[in-house]
Design a protein around this ligand. Sequence first.
Ligand code: MG
Length: 158
Amino acid sequence: MEFRIGQGYDVHRIEEGLPMWLAGVQVPCDRGFVAHSDGDVAIHALCDALLGAAALGDIGKLFPDTSDEWKDADSKELLRIVMERVREKGWEVSNVDVTIALQSPKIGSLVPRMRDVIASVMDIEKDQVSVKATTTEKLGFVGRGEGCECWAVALLHR
Ligand code: MG
């Protein structure tokens, strides 16, 4: 069996009055992410990890933010398309692991739903999907509440 590993990283700025979508779940909050799409920074990092593992480029090349087609796009749809590309190359997902750094609100209670949603969109099992949430102890741009930072790792096999 062949294995490939990929990592992804994304950041979005936080502003008042926008919806906050994270790992496919809407976070109850009066602030959200500035973005061309719905700004789901966790799914964007995950897409880049999958594309990286399959050496298929990156999310910016696949879904250019200059294109109206992806304006306000549901990032779950982007993830679905990424999975199609990955499977077209014969790859299956072994597991994915996502880390979300957000100072507030606390999102720990939403993690089980995030895992359900991601597993369903990717058509894999929930135990193949890990989502972890952390703060940065009020340090840096995440700690000041100016943005959210996400990392993801994906392992593929065929
Ligand atoms: Mg992004």
